[in-house]
Ligand binder design. Structure first.
Ligand code: GDP
Ligand code: MG
Length: 310
């Protein structure tokens, strides 16, 4: 008898406006930080995969950038990345936050989802911990009215309990509702793998997350990070050397990032280094260079160099 017979495996992706908690939810379901998060726009720029292992199933979640009407070439690339992902998964999680009224942005995405035939959509009302049970009930109805969903579920990525302490918003319920749409099949990744993202990419993402912290206005959009080299130091098992470039679009942004006497860049470096050390389990020497790549968001050649392919 085939022992794999009852095993389910496949892909889900989360879509929603920027900042609704898609990456945070993916990390919570995976149980480990594989995607960076922040309250800045355009934090997620890659379709990062997180893997949820359970007895009897393996769910691969693809975290996508927020979907909105694009304004730059980068925005267009990110949007087509999301659209391509939508057609390739077994189930879609449409994320709408509990604490913001549904609006044009959500309706725009609901219309896009209506075009994706044959893929079930689970509506997920995120950040349920931020509202009262009454407000949550109203939001569930508002989200229900946006389209036809195979299920609709509230969740908080931050911990189980709702504002009044009586309603548990369990992450497991979300996993269950996604897993039931997966086809039967063997595991796609080895037991214990939490992501298929190369360490070099995750390191670049952790650096970008640290660089986003505390910068305002247009600067977050303008930051891109490339890890040029990442190797164990010769003759050492316990120390990794990382050489990375942080790109910004203008000299004024470079000055902001570096800070007075380089103070800000040192803070960014320290924070990123600690995250990377936790990820790879060795000490890290991190060399960060800040460079200006003029208008890279609008420049096809620069976009390619930074890893955003057409
Ligand atoms: P994304 O752009 O949809 O991927 O959103 P992120 O996952 O980056 O989260 C955006 C912001 O919302 C971050 O500041 C998160 O800490 C916050 N957030 C995400 N999920 C929750 C949640 O369940 N509860 C609360 N209170 N905040 C959340
Ligand atoms: Mg995100």
């Amino acid at each position: 008898m085939d022992t794999q017979q009852d095993f389910r495996s496949g892909f889900a992706c989360f879509v929603g406006r920027p900042n609704v908690g898609k990456s945070t939810l993916m990390n919570a379901l995976v149980g480990s930080k594989v995607a960076i998060t922040s309250n800045r726009p355009q934090t997620t720029r890659r379709a990062i995969r997180g893997i949820v292992h359970r007895p009897g199933s393996q769910l691969v979640i693809v975290d996508t950038p927020g979907l909105h009407r694009p304004r730059t070439l980068l925005g267009e690339r990110l949007d087509s990345l999301v659209r391509n992902t939508l057609t390739e998964v077994d189930v879609i999680g449409f994320c709408v936050p509990a604490d913001e009224k549904t609006g044009d942005g959500d309706r725009y995405i609901a219309r896009e989802l209506a075009q994706v035939k044959n893929t079930p959509v689970v509506a997920i009302v995120t950040k349920a911990d931020k509202v009262t049970p009454q407000a949550l009930a109203e939001q569930l109805m508002a989200v229900d009215a946006l389209g036809s969903w195979s299920d609709i579920v509230p969740v908080s990525a931050l911990g189980g309990i709702g504002k009044t302490g009586d309603t548990p918003y369990q992450l497991d319920v979300v996993t269950d509702l996604l897993v039931k749409h997966l086809p039967e099949g063997p595991p796609l990744y080895p037991e214990g793998d939490l992501t298929d993202e190369p360490e070099q990419i995750l390191a670049a993402e952790f650096i970008r997350e640290a660089a986003l912290e505390g910068v305002e206005q247009e600067v977050p959009h303008s930051i891109a990070v490339v890890v040029d080299e990442m190797n164990l130091r010769e003759g050492r098992e316990d120390l990794t050397d990382i050489y990375a470039h942080v790109f910004v679009e203008r000299p004024s942004q470079k000055a902001i990032l570096i800070g007075r006497k380089g103070e800000r860049l040192r803070t960014v470096g320290t924070r990123a280094r600690q995250q990377i050390e936790a990820l790879i389990g060795t000490k890290v020497y991190l060399n960060l260079q800040v460079s200006v790549a003029k208008d890279w968001q609008r420049n096809p050649k620069q976009l390619r160099r930074l890893g955003f392919y057409d």
